[in-house]
Design a protein around this ligand. Sequence first.
Ligand code: SAM
Length: 286
Amino acid sequence: MTKADTLDKIGTLHIVATPIGNLEDISERALKTLADVDLIAAEDTRHTGKLLSHFNIKAKTFALHDHNEKQKAQQILDWLNDGKDIALVSDAGTPLISDPGYAVVNLCREAGAKVTPVPGACAAIAAVSCSGLPTDKFQFIGFTPAKSQARQQFFKEAFESGITSIMYESTHRIMASLDDLVSALGEQQQVVFAKELTKTYETFFSGEVSELIAFLTDEPERQRGELVLILPGKGKETAAITPEAQKLISLLEAEMPLKKACGVAAEYFGLKKNALYKAIIAQREE
Ligand code: SAM
């Protein structure tokens, strides 16, 4: 048997993204891959079973989650070496992005196995793309820490990084997290909140953290669902400045103090007064 024959016999591990809410976001390639592979490693086989049956795909699945992935990794590599093609999916979105799969991909790569992505939805990317914050540089920093003090430090470091920071947050922790955000960076800190992306109750809110707290407290229902938080980096809180607002502020500044000019422009364009003022100051300091 030649080396090429041997390589042909090695299977491929496909890292397949699935929708984060709207089932129409699944790609044709994802459907084809899931239908064609010998086995599907799923974070939750029942959850993935529903997705597969929606698309009329009959496939063998097995569980691969945080608690067994280290043990399963070698088994997956052995199957690949036996020529089996395997897909790895998580409950939603792109596997390995705050989801299981790292131990498997790492082992397979180190062993020289074929690992290929079938890209698709990812809540972090969907959220930042619509956030209105700078996207030339950004970082994804996973879930906020569980403890208050660690969370405050986490927010400070995110802000100090100077670039847009995307983080995941759980519904039961959102209010405590926002209180920590106030403690860490002040109640006027700009923040973007993206909820239930691609679903019926998709919501974007951008403004000061105190305004977001009021928005979520007014109707506690708004705290429910899947959430992404995004912070602008220090000195990059420029999203609130539209070119029109900038022009008006320049004109008004000849007649009044900057803060007042920002207030008038904010009122005229329906922007947040403090955020606009802060953004102008930050822009000028740069
Ligand atoms: N791998 C997934 C991805 O690619 O987005 C993320 C998995 S992580 C375990 C789940 C977290 O992602 C949720 O707690 C929430 O923070 C975020 N998330 C997932 N789906 C979302 C959606 N439709 N809207 C907003 N956030 C979402």
